[in-house]
Design a protein around this ligand. Structure first.
Ligand code: MRU
Length: 333
């Protein structure tokens, strides 16, 4: 069984420590906004929706402690730049920060609960896209532990399995933080879903040799034309999928759309420390005097995306129309 990503208990946020998985299932307890910010930055909690929920609780902790709410917001906002769900959650908290501490906590709890329901809806909506018996390639971890539960891309697969479909998952290892090799493999195995790990460069050869029904990934920010930022390596995977005629699906909540961006050119891409590549998990791999480059995300152009699965339904090209229409239909928070 996959434990809860986040748990709120009487003024304390407990986070599943994703830096320790799969070797150890342990939790980091946060009693201050600063501790939440540091947990987001160090990737104890990660995945766009989970980062948003954690940030909302960070604001709640700041309010309970009587801290300066603008400073708290700034601190949380500066943790990770690419996942727009962080900004979305903080904007939602902005509406209540002046209210009582109880009201602020209630809003964070509401964001948390809603995310679980949203993921279940994404799962239901996306399951029809995946045929029974399909081999599915995924990248990074867009699973239960990247959200309040169930997951986006992996939520779709959970919904498939729940409805009786037989699914085989090929999980990209996802260099350099190994979210696929460590987290997706662990999470799917915990739920008894068939998963095989491969390194990031193997997808083309896999698609040449085996019938692959779909590539299914999550997203950190989607521009209004459908350009999609996700974990580094996703763009390459989309090109490989297109070359082999494999449908490429993105699964994400509506909070991942950035209404301020007409295309992906303006998406901020997190640059992470080179040590993640040079000496991952304490194994020294690359000579000290050779520079390394470590962008955390890339942007897949909308023309490579077959469909975007949201809680509002499956969006198809032209995304300029389908995304705007879904945003219009969306019930206001
Ligand atoms: O750097 P991470 O592990 O936070 O990156 C996570 C991803 O890229 C996920 O695919 C994305 O946030 C969607 S999670 C439902």
């Amino acid at each position: 069984m996959v434990p809860d990503t986040l748990k709120w208990n009487e003024g304390e946020l407990s986070l599943l420590d994703q830096t320790k998985l799969p070797w150890e299932v342990s939790f980091v307890r946060c009693k201050t906004c600063e501790e939440v910010a540091s947990a987001i930055k160090s990737m104890v909690v990660r995945g766009a929706p989970a980062i948003g929920v954690a940030a909302a609780y960070g604001m709640a902790l700041a309010r309970l402690a009587g801290e300066d709410m603008l400073e708290a917001r700034f601190l949380l906002m500066s943790t990770r730049p690419t996942a727009v769900n962080l900004r979305w959650a903080l904007e939602r908290m902005d509406r209540v920060v002046g209210a009582s501490p109880v009201a602020v906590v209630d809003e964070a709890v509401a964001i948390h609960r809603e995310d679980l329901n949203i993921n279940k809806a994404i799962g239901e909506n996306g399951a029809n896209l995946i045929p029974d018996g399909a081999n599915v390639v995924t990248h990074c971890n867009a699973g239960a532990i990247a959200t309040a539960g169930w997951g986006t891309a992996l939520g779709v697969l959970r919904s498939c399995v729940r409805s009786g479909k037989r699914i085989r998952v090929y999980a990209d290892e996802t260099r350099p933080r190994l979210q696929g090799g460590r987290l997706t493999a662990w999470e799917l195995r915990e739920d008894g879903i068939d998963v095989t790990v491969m390194t990031d460069g193997m997808a083309a050869w896999l698609m040449k040799r085996e019938k692959i029904g779909a590539v299914l990934v999550g997203a950190d920010r989607i521009a209004m034309n459908g350009d999609t930022a996700n974990k580094i390596g996703t763009y390459g995977l989309s090109i490989v999928a297109k070359a082999h005629g494999v449908p490429f699906y993105v699964a994400a909540p509506m909070s991942t759309f950035d209404e301020g961006l007409s295309d992906g050119d303006g998406i901020p891409i997190e640059e992470r420390d080179g040590s993640e590549i040079r000496s991952p998990y304490s194994s020294k791999l690359i000579p000290d005097d050779v520079p390394v480059w470590n962008p955390g995300f890339d942007v897949t152009p909308c023309e490579n995306v077959t469909a975007i699965v949201t809680e509002m339904g499956v969006l198809r090209p032209p995304y300029i129309e389908s995304i705007a229409e879904a945003i219009d239909r969306r019930p206001k928070d």
